[in-house]
Design a protein around this ligand. Sequence first.
Ligand SMILES: [Zn+2]
Length: 426
Amino acid sequence: MRIRALFFVALVALLVAAAVWLADRPGMVAVEWLGWRLDTSVPVLLLGLLLVAGLLLAVLRLIAGVAALPGRWAAKRRENRRRRGYMALSDGLAAAATGDAGRARHLAGRAERLLSDPALTSYLSARAAELAGDGDGAREHFRAMLERPETAALGVRGLLDAALKDNDLTAAVELAERARSINPDDGWLVETLFSLLVRLGQWQRAEDLLGDAERRRAMAPDALLRRRALLLNERAAEAEAAGDQRGALAAAAKAFAADPTVAAAAIRLAALYAADGRRRKAVTVLEKAWRAAPVPELARACADLPPVEDAVQRLRRVERLVASHAEGPPAHLAIAEAALEAKVWGVARKHLLAAQQLRPAAATYRLLARLEQGEYGDEPAAAAWLAKAATAPVEAGWNCGACDARPGGWSLVCPACGGVDSLSWS
Ligand SMILES: [Zn+2]
């Protein structure tokens, strides 16, 4: 404030000094131009010139302002378009997320028109096409996203999802490999690629993938060991089928060491040991497997190990096997089944009643019916148990966690849905 006041005072002083200086030096100016004549004093002329200069400056500014108007309007319109484009994009993504196909498609078209930048709108367009059931259109948009590094990962993922949905395993493997070259630490990708390679029977590539995932810590150690055991078990099966007993035994032993809960590997290993005359080792493997995860197949495999013995000896074997995990329904049912074969009725009854108390199941009722028939020939009592079996809850068995199928036995790939390692005993 003070500085401005000082400046003003200085300006006034300067003007007064200039006026005094001019007044001290009076003079006349005469201008003659095109028949016009102007006589005036120097101060008046100077004032006039100053006024003309000011006026000229104002006119020039006005012209510049008017000339810039169309450009400003265009910029404003562009800005407006972009804003509406982004709004359509975000609303469209929201519509796609809630599965509103019609609205997503409409907004995708609008965003494409307003933004005219495929890199920005391809994902929405692809999702909208997908929702509308237009697979080819969706793939085209996803492929457009591969052009830019920023959107390539999303594009590959979209194409991979489409290939998985179409069950095109070969294309899916290629896309999953490509996605992994962008995102090598993604656990979902490792899992997906592993399942694909297993379904294609490409054990070596699947093993290499597990090695890479281990180095990158892209998979939990337990999951890694289980997958390794599953692959080795398949290798053992192949070697066995090719007549290579030694190779089969080595692979099965490694599988069992990696994860003793893979019952199929334990049973295979025990059978190979038994065929090699190492019965004691075979029994040890089955006992360890039962401790890790009690599954009825283990008890049956133990009873069936050569040399074949009579039914009472088989019962003794099963009793010894399940001793470490003897409280659950699988142990009671395994002993009861062997006891029925051996006609040791008292043992069978005791274990069947115990199993029935723990969990009512059709299998238990059917065995109780067999017991009534075998021990007393009591057909009405057997019929009563069978009637209960008909209405009993679903019994334990191999069950697919992905599609809920209940195949008769275990296999690495679900025969119904192609899920890998999706079967569990429950
Ligand atoms: Zn399944």
